[in-house]
Design a binder for this molecule. Sequence first.
Ligand code: HEM
Length: 347
Amino acid sequence: MVDTKKFTAIVSKLSGITISGDNLGLCELFALKRLEAYEYIRVEEIRAFISSLYASLGEPLVLKNQLFCFTVGLMSRIVLRNKYLTRDYSKHATSTDQFEEFRVMINDFMKLDGSFYIGDWIPWLDFLDLQGYVRKMKALEKKFDHLFDFVYHEHKANREADKNLEPRDMVGLLLELMDLLVGGIETTSSTLEWAMSELIKHPRVMEKATEELDKVIGRERWVEEKDIPQLHYIEAIMKETLRKHPASAMIPPHAAVEDCNVAGYQIKKGSVVLINIWSMGRDPTLWDAPEEFCPERFLEGKLGNIDVKGQSFELIPFGSGRRMCPGYSLALTMLMCGLANMLHGFN
Ligand code: HEM
């Protein structure tokens, strides 16, 4: 166990993730009431996404790219109340180039976020920045600042135009919102991509899912958020995807706030604790045949009651406790609705 380190600190600053403390302020933003209010945005964006897939019928397409555009547009509208970062950016100033740059920024961020930085563990090598990660992270920070400036000025202009908008600490609020944006895009699109990848490899699972959709929804309409509680098999697919392919292998670093003992290990106050949820999801002492993709495991027996909301410690793709992902409820809604509509709309 080591103290909080430099690279980790830069990553944390960029992602808005603090090493210790809690995210209750962010949780407030995600109160159910607010989430429900955005359902119309999710409906519009999911339909636009499915229509764009229909428009490409017959042509090969890279689903990963389509999913990324979908989550960027959706998150941008929900979090920033505007479609700043979309390809079909007709009304606003983002060009295709800017969109591509944003895609590269998010990719770079996710890569660096999951990297093992030597200087964190062998401090006397730190100043050499042997892997060049600190240099890359600082360059990325500048790019995010640039984007933040753009969003800030746009919001400022809107506020000046509409005097009824609530006066609040806009810089602080926007910084929080940018964290939410970065935290929610790649995680959601890569999870959807993994789900589709597993379904393509497992036609039996795909068939059972479409059977459920035909039975619960019928052929005449799209899947709506209110249908989610009835879609048990789709939910099991989502859990199985999050077990096998968590959005990031390691939960961001946490620090022990006091001396404690976990499973016989003494952990000193201030130690940085890294939790590897990827290996927990594949641990044969916790899961039967962990390498297999088998949603049924969540429908029967003792695993039937397992959830992904931080209560079942063998499956914590969103973390657990006070630092848990504040966007988990929104994420689950987007994942379930996005996946269900893709399956419902296409063979
Ligand atoms: C599949 C989707 C997602 C997964 C798997 C995921 C997973 C996680 C995990 C594991 C953490 C760290 C929790 C911890 O430290 O214990 C986290 C933090 C965070 N997530 Fe998510 N997340 C997802 C979607 C979202 C969405 C949609 C949003 C925003 C709307 C979001 C915003 C955040 C933020 C802001 C943090 C940092 C919280 C803090 O500062 O402590 N995430 N997420």
